[in-house]
Design a protein around this ligand. Structure first.
Ligand SMILES: O=C(O)CCC(=O)C(=O)O
Ligand SMILES: [Fe+2]
Length: 422
């Protein structure tokens, strides 16, 4: 076959592949059996307390690639879960109270107070911390300072190994916050996520994807609060892993996260202005995660997902959310007024030093007193590349006449413009 015939064959195979994918997607959507099986078998879940670690890690990574998410069961040992859940609930009230007082201080600024925000915060026991970027406002501290028991588990070796395989070797935890989904109250207030007026229905959703794939970017068109969002269609690369640490059992009635398997690879987005999706309606093939307390749901930030807007279990769902990203993703640069968002909430030096040693590298970027240099595996890669470069120049010095053919085995494919194909 000549080049032109091969190009024609590639084009026709590509068309056939796309047609087959479309057909498959239609069949999956119309029967929904694939999702039903996945929800029933929990093929996305791997038990950290019973399976060999390598199997859990590889299973988690494969599931993230295939479905856009996985669950690592029993990361927090069962005998620690109750105490950590109580710690998270206590932290939640401290954080809410701190934020309420901070809002009051900020509203005083409109009436022209003289002292700085930092001075008034100190006088009123409001916790604020300087951020790394000079000239940007201080922020409330990272929630982790109120969760010392939970912090002992956050850098769990299985969880970090999964994240390293998917993202890169140098990781940063860019956001961390609690996520409580209340249950129905005796006074008739319905449980579920979000505004009380929207809660309670099993057939309601609040579909979205997460930063840096959150299309409304926290701040919409407000330049002081927009944290940035990747342009659609999203490049096919995982840029952020969202981890939801469940401290209560979750299922269809108790706040299991909604997700559409495979949606991380779909070019449309629930909030996409031209994508024809209704964010509040079910999507064919959607499902809820089920997991025992102590498990971690990990998803690609591109996955279409939603907090449950109903929780009739009689128990509040308690969880901590964190967003992990590779060193190369820009964090905290673009929302100088975003004092309420959870992006890169800072740590004082003493708070950073009090973190477990294996957690410190993941949060070092949050402490302005620490130099956040690249971690060893990234340095090792650079060293290997520099040595390979050096070797090439050595060939030039020692065997210059061999170079003409030295790369003859390297063939780079490129696409001809479509109109030159026959
Ligand atoms: O509450 C959940 O299950 C989902 C949380 C979520 O979507 C988020 O924090 O981005
Ligand atoms: Fe989310």
């Amino acid at each position: 076959m000549n080049i032109s015939e091969l190009q024609t064959k590639v084009a026709s195979l590509e068309r056939e592949l796309q047609d087959t994918r479309d057909l498959l997607a239609k069949m999956i959507c119309s029967t929904e059996t694939v999702t039903e099986n996945l929800a029933r078998t929990r093929a996305y879940a791997f038990n950290a307390s019973t399976l060999p670690l390598g199997e859990v890690i590889q299973g988690g990574v494969d599931s993230l690639n295939r479905y856009g998410f996985c669950v690592i069961d029993n990361v927090i040992p069962a005998d620690c879960v109750d105490a950590i859940r109580e710690e998270i609930l206590a932290a939640q009230s401290t954080i809410t109270q701190n934020m309420k007082c901070l809002k009051e201080l900020l509203s005083e600024e409109e009436s022209g107070v003289q002292e700085s925000l930092e001075q008034r915060a100190a006088a009123n026991n409001v916790e604020l911390r300087p951020v790394r970027r000079v000239g940007h406002s201080p922020k409330p501290p990272n929630d982790i300072i109120w969760m010392p028991q939970y912090a002992q588990h956050l850098a769990n070796p299985v969880v970090t190994a999964v994240a390293r395989q998917v993202l890169d070797d140098h990781l940063r935890i860019a956001q961390l916050h609690t996520r409580i989904i209340e249950t129905d109250k005796p006074d008739g207030t319905l449980g579920g996520f979000g505004s009380v007026k929207y809660r309670g229905r099993v057939d309601t959703r609040e579909w979205h994807t997460d930063w840096p794939h959150d299309l409304s970017a926290y701040g919409r068109d407000n330049p002081a609060e927009n944290a940035g969002c990747i342009r659609q269609p999203f490049p096919d690369i995982a840029m952020c892993l969202v981890m939801i640490w469940y401290l209560t059992d979750v299922d269809e009635n108790s706040g299991g996260t909604w997700v559409v398997p495979g949606s991380h690879k779909d070019e449309r987005n629930p909030r996409g202005p031209s994508d024809g999706i209704t964010v509040t309606a079910p999507i064919p093939g959607d499902m809820q995660i089920t997991a025992p307390a102590g498990s971690v749901y990990i998803q690609d930030s591109r996955s279409w997902h939603a907090s449950a807007m109903h929780n009739s279990s009689g128990r509040d769902r308690v969880a901590v959310v964190n967003r992990w990203c590779p060193w190369w993703l820009s964090v905290d640069d673009y929302a100088p007024g975003g004092i309420y968002n959870t992006v890169c909430r800072p740590l004082a030096h003493s708070e950073y030093l009090a973190l477990p040693v294996d957690l410190q590298p993941l949060m070092r970027h949050l402490c302005p007193d620490e130099q956040d240099t690249l971690q060893q595996p990234v340095l090792d890669r650079a060293k290997a590349a520099a040595m390979r470069t050096h070797w090439g120049f050595k060939q030039l010095e020692e065997n210059p006449d061999n170079l003409a053919q030295a790369n003859a085995h390297i063939c780079v494919l490129f696409e001809e413009p479509k109109d030159t194909r026959s």
